[in-house]
Design a protein around this ligand. Structure first.
Ligand code: ADP
Length: 592
């Protein structure tokens, strides 16, 4: 079904469009709400995942450092360490170096002057003993009784760190310092697996903003030793600890991933390193994109479905109104037997109810009018017949009528004729309206009837010097019709052709078989009928108002009666006409 034929009335279209608009807005709002909720939820869970990774990594790094310090404490747990000979000291340090891969060197330092009493260096047999002095930061810190954890520095592009601890005897006196250098390369395995999806990675920077370690998925542009202190996010993390805040994530364009990323970061307070996780928004939100696509498809499908429903609803709502409109058009055309919408209890139902009351009233009025016309016409027949009879008698006894009164008698006769025609027409109309028009059909020879009608009308045609021709067909089947009524039809149609054709016209009558009917036509070369009048010709009292018809007398009932008769005989009547050229009236009758 085409949509245009589906929507017929303007009200229906308006209603449907209004409903569709409301649905569209509602769905649009819902879809927007759903999409933004899904996005926010996903962003929240991305933040949680990122923080989990950061915290986990921070814990591991802390534990790594704490373990180192702890090991130092164990090393210096022997209170008699200063009583141990230098050979023995070297032996202890060597054992410890062997047990911890990350240590590069270890030394015992004399608290009095900062001299290394024992020193072991990985890969060297007999390293020299240095004089570091009491002011060397690691030594100084240990001499104050504190564990020392120095800043990261790079040797051969490897991040390193200095550690130091005081050696304390049973009397709580600092009797020496244990100082070591650790290689931070060993923290890389701790965070190597700290990746997210295919594009998320983690990296650790020292307090100076240089990369100490990174997870395996970090883009190749970022390697250990790279200085990224100018990265705005990194400097923010080093300056303020938690960025952008716990369980929250920020979005920025990452120079590392070369695209937009979700980023979170925190610093490890003790030694102010920064741990940062970046994940491309594209990958992190890809789940959401899928959901959004599904949501949008669903919304569109729902929208189409609801719009179809709204059109259907609009059609349903306006159906009684359309029926009422059709009914009122019918009533306007004088037909009161209309079908009305089954009345509901709403305003439209009320309207339908009062409409049917109105048509009932009109119908009754129509019936009373027909009744009145019928009775009046019927009662008029007797006096009219009397007037015509006496007028004829007067005309017949012309000798006894004074000469000056003869003219009046002739006018009296003419008027009596006209009155009789009018009364008969009215009677006929009233009969047909009241369903009292009776036709008694029998097989008839149409040609004979046409010929007798022509003979009857010849004086009228001669008066206007018309040339009437009728060529009977070679063979024509009998028709099923009422003889008197058929004659009435022919008198009317041929009479009109004579009346509405200027003097000296051509009138042609013909008949032929068409299937199981016989079509008769009366063609004239008269004044013709305009197209807009042709549709109204067969209505009661319709007469064409024009210059040509002004002086032609008539009631406008003839064609109406003709149609009633033809239709009662199961036939059909129609007209073809060109204004100014002439008209052809056709009627069909069933063959016997
Ligand atoms: P009337 O009594 O006016 O002739 P009819 O019902 O017979 O009434 O015809 C209705 C109107 O149709 C006429 O008034 C006339 O204007 C037009 N009409 C009928 N027949 C013809 C015709 N053959 N040529 C032109 N107009 C015609």
């Amino acid at each position: 079904m085409k949509l245009t034929s589906f929507i017929t009335s303007r009200l229906e279209r308006k209603l449907a469009l209004l409903l569709s608009l409301v649905i569209l807005l509602a769905l649009f709002f819902l879809a927007w709400l759903a999409i933004s909720t899904v996005k926010a939820t996903r962003q929240q869970s991305v933040a949680e995942i990122q923080w989990q990774l950061v915290n986990q990594s921070v814990d591991r790094l802390r534990k790594f450092i704490d373990d180192k310090i702890e090991n130092f404490r164990i090393v210096v747990a022997d209170p008699n360490v200063n009583a141990i000979g230098y050979e023995q000291q070297t032996f202890i340090l060597e054992g410890h170096l062997a047990s911890d891969d990350s240590l590069v060197e270890l030394s015992f330092i004399q608290p009095s002057d900062g001299f290394e009493t024992a020193r072991v260096v990985r890969g060297f047999d007999k390293p020299i003993h240095r004089v570091l002095g009491r002011d060397e930061p690691a030594v100084a810190s240990a001499l104050r009784g504190q564990n020392y954890f120095g800043p990261v520095f790079f040797t051969n592009n490897e991040p390193r760190i200095i550690l130091a601890s005081p050696v304390i005897n049973q009397q709580s006196q600092i009797i020496g310092v244990l100082r070591g250098e650790a290689n931070l390369k060993t923290i890389i395995p701790l965070i190597a697996q700290a990746n997210l999806g295919q594009t998320g990675y983690l990296y650790v920077v020292d307090s100076g903003g240089r990369v100490i370690a990174a997870s395996s998925q970090v883009p190749s542009g970022l390697s250990v030793g790279t200085d990224i202190k100018f990265n705005p996010f990194v400097s923010q993390v080093l300056a303020s600890g938690l960025v952008p805040g716990l369980n929250d994530t920020a979005v920025y364009y990452s120079e590392i991933a070369k695209q937009e990323v979700f980023v979170v970061g925190r610093s490890i307070p003790k030694f102010n390193w920064g741990v940062i996780v970046e994940w491309t928004t594209k990958e992190a939100m890809s789940v959401v994109d899928e959901i959004i696509i599904r949501l949008l498809i669903g919304t569109v499908v729902l929208l189409i479905f609801l719009i179809v429903i709204s059109f259907w609803l609009a059609r349903r709502f306006t159906k009684p109104l359309r029926q009422l409109t059709a009914a009122s058009v019918q009533v306007g055309a004088g037909q009161f037997d209309v079908s009305l919408p089954t009345a509901g209890h709403d305003e439209v139902g009320e309207l339908a109810k009062s409409f049917s009351q109105m048509t009932a009233g009109l119908k009754e009025l129509e019936r009373l009018k027909d009744e009145f016309v019928f009775i009046a016409a019927h009662e008029l027949r007797t006096p009219v017949t009397a007037i015509r009879g006496y007028a004829e008698m007067l005309a017949d006894s012309a000798g006894s009528v004074p000469a000056e009164a003869r003219e009046f008698v002739s006018r009296l006769q003419q008027s009596g004729e006209r009155l009789a025609v009018l009364v008969n027409d009215l009677l006929e109309v009233a009969r047909s309206q009241a369903g009292r028009l009776k036709v008694q059909t029998s097989p008839l020879d149409l040609v004979v009837i046409i010929q007798s009608t022509l003979a009857e009308l010849k004086p009228l045609a001669d008066e206007k010097q018309h040339n009437i021709s009728f060529v009977p067909p070679v063979s024509l089947p009998q028709v099923l019709a009422d003889k008197d009524k058929l004659q009435e039809v022919l008198v009317n149609l041929i009479g009109n052709a004579i009346k509405y054709t200027p003097a000296g016209g051509q009138i042609e009558i013909g008949a032929r078989q068409e299937g199981n009917r016989v079509v008769t036509w009366i063609k004239d070369s008269g004044i013709g009928i305009a197209p807009e009048d042709q549709t109204k010709l067969f209505q009661r009292f319709f007469r064409v108002e024009s210059e040509e018809t002004r002086n032609i007398q008539g009631t406008g009932l003839g064609l109406f009666i003709v149609r009633q008769i033809i239709e009662h005989m199961q036939g059909r009547i129609w007209v073809q006409s060109v204004k100014g050229k002439g008209s052809t009236f056709y009627f069909s009758l069933p063959i016997a």
